[in-house]
Design a protein around this ligand. Structure first.
Ligand code: THU
Length: 130
């Protein structure tokens, strides 16, 4: 299955009683395995989690800490950009040139990279020697 198809499939399971906006995400680990996640909302709104966070959590839970490809899909007029927090999460496990495909359910695509999504990212080096 392609990464985007995995994201499309998991999107169906999104729990979105508040926004009614389903998002699916899939990441490919260094091993080649695909990990998928959907957004999971909560009545205490800030406790909701994004699709990207779910996919990353699944990858780490399976024992991988390096992602080589990302796909995100939603039913939106234009491909949905990951939120700021998810950009930092993707940067934690991806490289500057890791490809990210943002897609809509009706076939629009925007190709970018983890680095382009978060220029000037906060990195361990910013904490100096510890
Ligand atoms: N959302 C994601 O899951 N990923 C994104 O990239 C953008 C936003 C979710 C969070 C919330 O459940 C809903 O979309 C509306 O913001």
């Amino acid at each position: 299955m392609s990464l985007i198809d995995a994201a499309r499939e998991v999107r169906e399971n999104a729990y979105v009683p508040y926004s009614h906006f389903k998002v699916g995400a899939a990441v490919r680990g260094r091993s080649g395995r695909i990990y998928a996640g959907c957004n999971v909302e909560n009545v205490a709104y800030p406790e909701g989690t994004c699709a990207e966070a779910g996919a990353i959590a699944a990858m780490v839970a399976a024992g991988e800490t390096e992602l080589v490809e990302v796909a995100v899909i939603a039913d939106s007029p234009a491909p949905v950009p990951p939120c700021g927090g998810c950009r930092q999460k993707l940067a934690e496990f991806g490289r500057h040139d890791t490809p990210v495909t943002l897609a809509t359910t009706d076939g629009k695509r925007f190709e970018t990279t983890v680095g382009d999504l978060l220029p000037g990212r906060f990195e361990a080096a910013h904490m100096g020697r510890r």
